[in-house]
Design a protein around this ligand. Structure first.
Ligand code: G16
Length: 540
């Protein structure tokens, strides 16, 4: 065992979901080690505890795992459970942490960001409840990184993590386990696998795009092997260190191969994609895209069709920028609707306290109290369960019927990626300084503008500066935020929403239906003048 002297690195501050940086930053001597030691120093006594470790298979995953194993042994852990091949999706990590009651886990992923030697890497700690560390923990980790002077590690050869089995590392046991089995078993308890199997047998067809990221092995096992979908249902199923050169972000831009298939003649009935670490999902029907906010609302409204949710929901939670479609379902069901800041970590207390059962975010995240992370394949299986039960109705039929019943929260997000950080900060400061209440903008009157602040209803913790809201008297709204997950410059996100009760207008393209609000947003934030951009990079 060695104690290695080190000095702090600036900027090891976890963002929306852990520390994400370029690989070139992570491979600097001591960079990863400092952060891992800061985690171990911040989470309480690690002696005799068990830790889960795994990642999305991206470049540097394997190297990082070997380092973390050696450091865990030096820091007194009794056991580390590692997914075979270093593979473990984020929701599966949460499942395993909970099932085996470990002292949390370390997940290696930069989620939907590209991978490879010149791309991104990431690391985060999940707490024993299975969810991302709350801000109190991430702030303690960050504070520790700023004063760290040494870390503990043991020397030794790399372990074989590609075969199931047990190894010794100093006094610590390393167990290499099947990363798919526990997760697949959990899914079988939640959904009607017989009904879904019957649908596939009677000709229902789907495509799942794993985007050469972590969900490939999970999707093959569950969709093709256990549910009997045709071989080849899963495309891009082999996890690759650079995701095949793609951008593993399941949206209309980056999941273009899937979009092409679902919009071609003879398209399958259902399409879905997941991201780098398997927690995000995009859902499509034949020639029909389901926005994540609508997906949450539809899943909530139909949840009792699934065995795991047959007893009904305790509540529905969504992040603030997510559309209010789910709130309408909650109102009808007579259950609470919660509005949290962006970041799955904010759902943890609500789920632990039994105040919410389903949660969702506009950023392609949906999940429930079965784990403490959002869960891409879970959402796909829930859709499959609902489609199997509402036999004969297509995805489009189900969503349109939902809008007819509840009205449509027309919604879109415009991202301006890779803009200058100083310009982005100045833009936000400008918005923060505006006092708009009562003003007429276009045909709208401003009811309130503020910077969203949240007091956790369970533990009372307060989070401020969580996004600028401009809410109009008719309930329409525009939200501005800077992403907390990028690694280059800043990404400005503009979220636009308007409620449309008139069924005759539900077919309209959101970009058309929201055109006047989009113009107001651009003018208010002076986007072109401040960033030099006259178009968003990605529209979802
Ligand atoms: C993470 C968080 C999500 C959040 C998303 C986008 O997702 O877990 O809760 O909605 O980032 O955050 P931002 O708008 O700050 O970029 P993931 O899939 O990247 O872990």
């Amino acid at each position: 065992m060695k104690t290695v002297a080190t000095t702090p690195f600036a900027g090891q501050k976890p963002g929306t979901s852990g520390l994400r940086k370029k690989v070139s930053v992570f491979i600097q001597p001591h960079y990863l080690e400092n952060f891992v030691q800061a985690v171990f120093d911040s989470i309480g006594d690690t002696t005799g505890k068990t830790l889960v470790v795994g990642g999305d298979g991206r470049y540097y995953n394997r190297t990082a795992i070997q380092t973390i194993l050696r450091m865990a042994a030096a820091n007194g852990f009794a056991k580390v459970m590692v997914g075979r091949g270093g593979i473990l999706s984020t929701p599966a990590a949460s499942c395993v942490i909970r099932k085996y009651q470990t002292f949390g886990g370390i997940i290696l992923s930069a989620s939907h960001n590209p991978g490879g030697p010149t791309e991104d890497f990431g690391i985060k700690y999940n707490i024993p409840a299975g969810g991302p560390a709350p801000e109190s923990v991430t702030e303690a980790i960050y504070a520790r990184t700023q004063v760290i002077s040494s870390y503990q590690i043991i020397e030794g050869a790399d372990l074989d993590i590609d075969h199931l089995g047990r190894h010794s590392l100093g006094a610590m046991v390393v167990e290499v386990f099947d990363p798919v089995a526990d997760y697949a078993e959990l899914m079988e308890t939640l959904f009607d696998f017989d009904a879904i199997r019957a649908a596939f047998r009677s000709g229902f067809r789907m495509k799942f795009d794993a985007m050469h990221a972590v969900t490939g092995p999970y999707a093959v096992e569950i969709l093709e092997k256990r549910l009997g979908a045709h071989m080849g249902t899963v495309m891009h199923g082999e996890p690759l260190e650079d995701f095949g050169g793609g951008h593993p972000d399941p949206n209309l831009v980056h999941a273009h191969d899937l979009v092409h298939i679902l919009t071609s003649p003879n398209a399958p009935d259902f399409g879905a994609a997941s991201d780098g670490d398997g927690d995000r999902n995009m859902v499509m029907g034949r020639n029909f895209y389901v926005t994540p906010s609508d997906s949450l609302a539809v899943l909530a409204a139909n949840a009792t069709l699934c065995p795991g949710y047959a007893k009904g929901l305790a509540g529905i939670a969504r992040s603030m920028p997510t559309s209010a479609a789910a709130d309408r379902v909650a109102a009808k069901l007579g259950i609470p609707a919660w509005e949290t800041p962006t970041g799955w970590k904010f759902f943890g207390t609500l789920l632990d306290a039994g105040k919410a059962t389903l949660c969702g975010e506009e950023s392609f995240g949906t999940g429930s109290d079965h784990v403490r992370e959002k869960d891409g394949l879970w959402a796909v299986l829930m859709w499959l369960n609902i489609l199997a039960k509402r036999k004969g109705e297509s995805v489009a039929d189900i969503v349109r019927a939902h809008w007819a019943e509840y009205g449509r929260n027309v919604y879109s997000r415009h991202d301006y990626e890779g803009i200058d950080s100083a310009a982005a900060d100045a833009l936000m400061a400008h918005l923060r300084g505006l006092s708009l209440k009562g003003q007429r903008l276009g045909g709208f009157t401003v009811a309130l503008n503020d910077d969203f602040a949240y007091t956790d209803p369970v533990d009372g913790s307060v989070s401020t500066k969580q996004g600028i809201r401009v809410v109009f008297t008719d309930g329409s709204r525009i939200v501005f935020r800077l992403s907390g997950t990028g690694t280059e410059g800043a990404t400005l996100r503009v979220y636009i929403e308007r409620y449309e009760p008139d069924t005759a207008k539900h077919h309209l393209d959101p970009q058309v239906a929201l055109a006047d609000l989009i113009t107001i947003a651009r003018d208010l934030a002076e986007i072109e003048a401040r960033t030099g951009r006259n178009e968003p990079t990605v529209i979802t």
